[in-house]
Design a protein around this ligand. Structure first.
Ligand code: ATP
Ligand code: MG
Length: 590
């Protein structure tokens, strides 16, 4: 997992978590109150047990008549007290389960998923999906657990510890000191060990993020992995990661397993001290037997809070790490959204003014790009692979925002247009064909709001995909699956051409629109493509030079720069880069 930048302090993280618990604060307070009642009841009980034991002891030792009624009454009170305490514990646990899982973790997860929709693609590009998934699942769970256990740590831990200390001090200070002297030792030891174990758990979670990423790669790249016999390699990598994760978990569990025996050991030492000192004091008559019994019970109660405080302290470290990752994502700057405007009257004049852009700041790509396109002109963009052709389209569509400079549509900076408005100006067939899981009909109709059946079918006819659709058993109702693997790449392109045909917008973008279509079909749809480009500003990226010869402007792009610009004839005369590409293809064709 990459280190999060600008790590916030633990105090800040705690403040943020507390801020996020505001909506459930009412429930937390009720729950804290019930938990407090449960603790108070649990604290009273040993005192009553002590009284009953003392009465029995006095009856046996001093032959005082036994007050059976009082003993039965005390026993009934004891049952009621323990019963009520258990019920209160159960009540808070159920309440917290419901409130925390329903409201806290759920809300946090929804916020993350909303956020992902609003952050720039650049962030999502550089953060592996597995990493985002692990923040949404594991890290949020850790934070939820902490909120859940927080009351337990504070009330069942600190309140109980302090409560018991006060009661036993009040009963017998020297015996109380014998119990309490072991507390710091037990706390320090167990907190240190828990911290170490938590480090291993956190390490395991980091590895789990990588496992998620690999599993995702396995599923999405299933065909490629099969085709290239990469199963064994993937399996090896997977095995290594799982081993690493389980090794870290093993160490974590081993260390956390030591905490309980340590608490038990120091607790037992306190017992022994109580038994020795208590016995001696009882013989001397400084305390009665009932008080010794109550003391032993109180000493026993010490173990629970000690353990929960030790665990709580180490859990906090883990929680801060998770909170850092979750809030780092939630704090990402969002894409600016501006109010919708009326864009229906735009003509489609496009200007790029001194545009600079890079996907990675360390590698400048588009540098000082200037393009001037008049409405209705056809612009062809050519150049070597990786030259930056698709990047120009990405910037125009605001899939990515420019680093500096401006892109204008009819004089309006596209940064001042909402993405929805901007995209309503473009029809597009992109290099990465985009279909959603749904029927073929819906995928075509997506191009136009309220499209009629006739319009959808006409668009399919124009794109010469209607024949194929009609041969399918479900025709237009055939469902395209999530990965669009049930239709070929060429068919996907034809579907998106049909969609673009239907959408009929002011500007057309074709990025290798027919690169996967066979030559015969390409010739068949040439008329449709010509129709699409007629009278509208078009940006065409094509690998076949024959489709770009009649463009008004040809931009030759290499390494993010326009190295040549002009009409086909002008560029050929120049005998430069374009002429070289053209002639090499021309030779291949003839
Ligand atoms: N999402 C991205 N994140 C980081 N770098 C990218 C991204 N997309 C493209 N690039 C890089 O930017 C450069 C230009 O890519 P671009 O897709 O614009 O090339 P292209 O001219 O369209 O190539 P092709 O002819 O292969 O489609 C390449 O070096 C590529 O590696
Ligand atoms: Mg491209």
């Amino acid at each position: 997992m990459p280190k999060t930048e600008n790590k916030m302090s633990n105090r800040h993280a705690l403040k943020r978590i507390l801020g996020d618990t505001k909506p459930i604060m009412g429930w937390l307070i009720i729950s804290a109150f019930i938990s407090l009642v449960s603790v108070c009841l649990a604290l009273i009980a040993p005192e009553i047990v002590g009284q009953v034991s003392n009465e029995i002891f006095v009856f046996r030792a001093q032959n005082v008549p036994l007050d059976m009624a009082s003993i039965v009454q005390s026993c009934l009170v004891l049952v009621a007290v323990y019963g009520a305490s258990a019920l209160c514990s159960l009540g808070t646990m159920l309440m917290m389960n419901n409130v925390v899982s329903r409201h806290f973790t759920c809300t946090l997860r929804i916020r993350i998923s909303d956020k992902i929709r609003r952050i720039p693609i650049k962030y999502v590009d550089k953060t592996p999906n597995g990493e985002i998934i692990s923040r949404m699942t594991d890290d949020v769970s850790v934070m939820g657990n902490t909120v859940h256990n927080f009351l337990d740590i504070v009330i069942q831990g600190f309140v109980k510890l302090v409560g018991i200390s006060i009661i036993i001090f009040y009963m017998q200070p020297i015996m109380a000191a014998a119990v309490i002297i072991f507390v710091p030792l037990s706390l320090v030891l167990s907190a240190k060990i828990s911290q170490k174990s938590m480090k291993h758990f956190m390490g395991a979670r980091e590895v789990n993020g990588k496992i998620y990423a690999l599993a995702e790669e396995d599923f999405t790249g299933f065909d490629t992995i099969k085709a290239f016999n990469l199963e064994e390699r993937q399996q090896r990598e997977y095995g290594a990661l799982v081993d690493k994760s389980s090794e870290k978990l093993k160490r974590g569990y081993y260390l956390s397993g030591i905490v309980q025996p340590i608490v038990a050991l120091t607790n037992n030492a306190a017992y022994i001290a109580i038994c020795i000192i208590g016995g001696w004091f009882a013989i001397e008559g400084w305390v009665n037997v009932g008080e010794v019994v109550a003391f032993i019970l109180y000493a026993k109660l010490f173990a629970g809070p000690l353990e929960s405080i030790a665990n709580g302290l180490s859990m906090m470290q883990n929680t801060f790490a998770s909170a850092n990752r979750v809030y780092e994502l939630l704090d990402q700057e969002e894409m600016k959204e501006v109010p919708n405007k009326d864009v229906s009257s735009l003509d489609g004049n496009i200007t790029f003014e001194h545009v600079n852009f890079s996907y990675d700041p360390a590698q400048p790509l588009i540098t000082d790009l200037n393009i001037e396109v008049k409405s209705g002109q056809k612009v062809a963009i050519v150049g070597p692979t990786g030259g930056g052709k698709t990047t120009i389209v990405n910037l125009l569509m605001r899939f990515y925002d420019v680093d500096s400079g401006r892109i204008l549509v009819d004089g309006m900076d596209i940064m001042d247009m909402s993405r929805a408005d901007l995209r309503s100006v473009f029809s597009m067939v992109l290099q990465d064909t985009w279909l959603f899981s749904g029927t073929i009909y819906d995928n075509i109709a997506y191009g136009m709001e309220n499209a009629t059946r006739e319009q959808v079918e006409e668009a399919a006819r124009q794109a010469h995909i209607d024949y194929f659709i009609n041969t399918l058993p479900d025709g237009y109702n055939t469902v395209i699956n999530e990965e669009s693997t049930n239709i070929s790449s060429g068919q996907k392109q034809l579907l998106t051409i049909a969609r673009a045909y239907l959408s009929n917008r002011k500007v057309l973008i074709l990025d290798e629109a027919t690169s996967n279509v066979d030559t015969r079909t390409e010739i068949l749809i040439q008329n449709t493509m010509d129709d699409l480009m007629r009278d509208r500003t078009s940006f065409v990226i094509a690998h076949r030079l024959s489709t770009i010869i009649d463009a008004d402007i040809i931009l030759v792009v290499d390494k993010g720069r326009i190295v040549e610009q002009g009409s086909h004839k002008e560029l050929l005369k120049k005998k430069g880069f374009y002429a070289e590409i053209y002639n090499s293809q021309y030779e291949l064709l003839h």
